[in-house]
Design a protein around this ligand. Structure first.
Ligand SMILES: [Zn+2]
Length: 82
């Protein structure tokens, strides 16, 4: 699994939409790839902040700004129509 796939799958991972096999594959990648693990934790923390502060979806612009402030690559927007 490469990094691009790993980060894309993180959203499904967090939403519980993956099979056990895929979840293990992602977990293994996060163990071996610090940049992806950082992005994963960013997403987890972001969701916790949103859940505690409000019930609205975080705009992609805000996610990008937070990622920039943290000095990491902004996560892909799963809600963005391709
Ligand atoms: Zn990676």
């Amino acid at each position: 699994m490469d990094c691009e796939h790993a980060m894309y799958r993180v959203y499904e991972y967090l939403d519980g939409e993956l099979t056990m096999w895929r979840r293990r594959a992602i977990a293994r990648h996060l163990d071996e790839c610090p940049p992806c693990a950082q992005g994963f934790h960013f997403e987890v923390e972001l969701r916790q902040i949103v859940a505690s502060k409000c019930h609205e979806k975080v705009p992609h612009e805000l996610r990008t700004r937070i990622a920039a402030a943290l000095g990491i690559e902004p996560p892909p927007d799963p809600g963005d129509p391709a």
